[in-house]
Design a protein around this ligand. Sequence first.
Ligand code: NAD
Length: 462
Amino acid sequence: MATDVPLVDAAQLLGELRRTFSSGRTKSEKWRSQQLRALLKMVTEQEKEICKALTLDLGKSEYETYACELAMLLDSCKLAIKRLKKWMSPEKRPIAVATIPSTAIVHPEPLGIALVVSAWNFPILLALDPLVGAVAAGCAVVIKPSEIAPATSAFLAKFIPMYMDKEAICVVEGGVQQITALLDQKWDKIFFTGSAKVGRIMMAAAAKHLTPVTLELGGKCPIYIDSTVDVKVAAKRIICGKWTCSDGQACLSPNHLLVEECFVPKLISTLKTTMVEFYGEDPRTSKDLAHIVNKNHFKRLTALLDDPATAEKIIHGGERDEKSLYIAPTLLLDVPLDAPIMNEEIFGPLLPIITVKGPDEAIDIISKEPKPLAIYVFTDNKAVQEKMVSETSSGGMVINDAVVHFLCPHLPFGGVGESGIGAYHGKASFDAFSHQKSILYRGFTIEVYARYPPYTTHKQKV
Ligand code: NAD
């Protein structure tokens, strides 16, 4: 169990990592490339073990583990290996007239010792994708996986040291006590994935040492949909975005639907028939749905469903079984906006549908909430698409689909406001763990004497 592990001597661990980092070993292109290849090898060779761990922790199918975690991680690793040399190379910049002659360079350097703290819902990807960026940037790293996915945490603690440089990359398992001990130390970078509540704890700890942070947080990602869409395709994409990714337990899961009034009946009937197509008449028997991660979350979600403001609004699903941590994919229609289910990130298989008159009302509702990690807009109307882009703010946006922007390595991924600080994926991952050092090279050939005192009238005219 990830919570049973003894407390680390955090100061000693940091001391050892700092010695490795100070030796300069992690800065070489050779080391970075070797470690990325080792990570790639581990994920490829241990795919079965990873799938086993994710089934134990979350009931994820092998297909879901591969499609939603491993495929992306492998792509990340391959891209970093391919682009490493380019990303590491200093970049020339134009100079100012006042510095002629000179050469201006931006030289990326590793921030140093990084702490990566990850969440339980994609427990492999969220621990290892930041590691790709940290290693590519040349940092030494401690990963603290989530104790709520103990089988995956144990997998990482066992296999990372078998494949990667133990003196530079460590896994420290455990819960709040462990992370608190780690946060007492001075890190050069903290990369956190999790809730806004714990994000604040990370930032407060980082502030003591002016440590830079990347905070990948959550929020309530809304969908706005109108009657101009292809309803069958839209329903498939909404269902896939909501339930296929960890049964709604994903930071990017659509939290609620804002639907143009005239389109509500058609959308609901198509969602219902498509859900049966995907998961059968009894979704409990579907192998393509993960289960709720633990009893606490099961109880939190069923309390939301059983709340008097919500219970009568269920129009599909609602069944549950505590023993197997199962809650059916559930649709609710027009719950009041002040109901508990609308006031927190649902993070589970419940999808409230709210009727709105059109995009203006949807924007009004969205703007009253903290900025979400993503907004999904389903419309074929270009003017409405542009209106949603320009009149709302969110970490990212997808037009006519949900969640899939996460798969594009060239789109920086991150939140804004309550949904996060900073971004990663592709080159942005490298940048998240690098300092861009500006260097101006000068020689001794030309001197402009007007810059030196005494500032005589003659010099002022030059
Ligand atoms: P969490 O914030 O409870 O836990 C995340 C990590 O913080 C874990 O490793 C945990 O051990 C640690 N932690 C928990 N309590 C702590 C404390 N008091 N002090 C210090 N560390 C503590 O989040 P979670 O339940 O694992 O994940 C769910 C949340 O994460 C949701 O809000 C979701 O939207 C968000 N999330 C965001 C992303 C993203 O990429 N933006 C991805 C996945 C999840």
